[in-house]
Design a protein around this ligand. Structure first.
Ligand code: SF4
Ligand code: SF4
Length: 503
């Protein structure tokens, strides 16, 4: 029985279980739409033009910033547009994308040689391969994989690798499918990461309802640095800090990061992609996505090319004829998406398709305290609610509002159906805005005060300069008058002598 756990969290029944967790490889899409920014800040620059033919795996956009990764064509075909398109993001805004129309051939760029002897290669070489393959955290965060490994690996500071094989939410099963179907690849990927990072050990964390995946992995573990840990199946075990708490009994302090403690966490899908990049020399062009929810009768996992539209795989899961709500990611922490005509990205692990259900009426807080009991990061959601509701973000942040991971456990158990997590996410945004406004106001005041000081100083300097000038002129004039008097006296003496001599 698993013993490693953490406080709080909730057991959410998985209503969408399947008899066997498989993977369906999906046919090529007719077109793909590839956003130029996997994260909000790092927009890549296209290196192809409209009308150009591209091959699968070809780099189509790059970014000079080392923190970013290149974008690859995920099918072969013709670039038909470089323009703004809708993507699966809660902002609902459009972003710059490259559209490729398939030629149906899936012709790849020349593949690099398979590398079995990666142990002979320097970690820096392998880290660069991972970056060039365009790998980011595929569990949802999208943090570039080469950065995490590079930060610690190249400085010999990495002690522990945690491989996250927990599905973050009920219903998602893409990682379970990956572990059951490609266990050897995952274990080899972990060995690659151990080599790169120089870590002493790697722990693969799996929930205890995924025994088949656990057994599959055990068959391939021969390196004594690699172990597995079963943890209780509860939400939200997939959260990085909670996983570290459960496995290592280590608290990552507020505002801190796992890497500060010499820990690198990677999701199993990312580990698999690292194996493909390092050993097979393949860039990241596809991923496994779960399609599930009350709106489909055949939930399953699909191996699909990145940039395919949601509808390309949702149609395979037998959607009902009812009106649907679509969510990317889990039902708890996912992002609502307005349309299925948005592309699948590297961080899209699941598409929830639900029949639209009537909403519950929100009632007053009855101070039952249920929310406080389930918070996995030991916050007091009830207190946070009052302060967030009254927009008192200063008080809310005294109650560690910023540590809220927006897991939604508190909202889930609230008998009054208060959307607590929405209040917290609003209050966090407001808090950040207030801080930014204050920073701007302080900066403006400092600028004003400095300007006043500068004007006063200039006036003073000018006055002093004028005084000095006046004084110098006066002195000069006095000197000149003295000289004139002397000359006049001398002239008088000369004239007087002349007169005396004439007599
Ligand atoms: S949403 Fe925030 S406050 Fe609510 S349970 Fe999760 S971490 Fe705690
Ligand atoms: S669970 Fe809901 S009703 Fe109960 S204390 Fe928390 S906010 Fe109030």
């Amino acid at each position: 029985m698993p013993t490693k756990s953490y406080n709080g969290g909730i057991v959410v029944p998985n209503l969408y279980r399947v008899e066997s967790v498989g993977i369906i490889t999906v046919s090529l899409p007719n077109k793909v739409v590839l956003p130029l920014n996997e994260r909000v800040t790092d927009k890549a620059v296209p290196c192809v033009s409209v009308g150009e033919r591209v091959l699968t795996g070809q780099v189509i956009a790059t970014n000079k910033d080392y923190d970013s990764v290149p974008i690859h064509a995920t099918i072969s075909g013709q670039v038909t547009a470089i323009d703004d398109q809708l993507i699966a993001h809660k902002s609902g805004l459009k972003t710059r994308c490259i559209t490729i129309q398939s030629d149906g051939k899936d012709e790849w760029i020349e593949q690099q040689d398979t590398i079995d002897n990666y142990l002979n290669l320097a970690p820096s070489v392998l880290i660069n391969k991972i970056r060039q393959a365009g790998i980011v955290g595929m569990g949802g965060a999208g943090f570039p994989a080469h950065l995490k490994l590079g930060l610690l690996g190249l400085s010999n500071l990495c002690k522990t690798i945690i491989v996250n094989g927990t599905e973050c939410e009920p219903g998602i099963m893409c990682d379970d499918a990956l572990m059951q179907n490609y266990p050897e690849k995952i274990i080899s990927g972990v060995e690659v990461m151990l080599h790169i990072s120089g870590a002493e050990r790697a722990i693969i964390a799996i929930e205890n309802d995924k025994i088949d995946a656990h057994n599959a992995l055990l068959q391939y573990i021969s390196d004594e640095r690699i172990s597995t840990e079963l943890i209780p199946t509860k939400y939200t075990s997939g959260s990085e800090k909670l996983l570290i708490k459960a496995l290592l009994n280590k608290e990552i302090p507020s505002g801190g990061f796992a890497i500060d403690e010499g820990i690198v966490c990677q999701n199993v899908s990312t580990v698999s992609a690292i194996y493909d990049a390092v050993v097979d020399g393949k860039p990241l062009v596809s991923r496994i996505v779960t399609v599930t929810g009350s709106g489909v009768s055949s939930p399953d996992n699909y191996d699909v090319r990145l940039g395919s539209y949601f509808e390309h795989i949702v149609s395979l899961a037998k959607p009902s004829n009812e009106k649907h709500s679509i969510r990317m990611g889990g039902m708890m922490m996912g992002t609502d998406v307005a349309t299925m005509s948005v592309p699948i990205s590297k961080i899209c692990n699941c598409i929830f398709v639900n029949n639209v259900a009537p909403k519950y009426d929100v009632k007053e807080c009855i101070r039952c305290g249920s929310c406080n009991q389930v918070c996995p990061v030991d916050l007091l959601p009830q207190q946070l609610y009052w302060y967030s509701k009254s927009e008192n973000t200063e008080k809310a942040s005294d109650y560690n509002l910023l540590d809220c991971i927006e897991c939604g456990c508190c909202s889930y158990v609230c008998p009054s159906h208060i959307p607590l997590v929405d209040y917290f996410s609003f209050a966090k945004a407001l808090h950040r805005k207030n801080i930014e406004d204050k920073r701007r106001t302080d900066a403006a005041r400092e600028r004003f005060e400095y300007r006043e000081f500068r004007l006063e100083r200039n006036n003073k300097e000018r006055t002093e300069m004028m005084e000095a000038k006046k004084k110098a002129i006066k002195e000069k004039m006095a000197n000149e008058k003295g000289q004139k008097d002397k000359i006049a006296a001398a002239m008088d003496r000369v004239n007087k002598n002349k007169e005396d001599n004439a007599q």
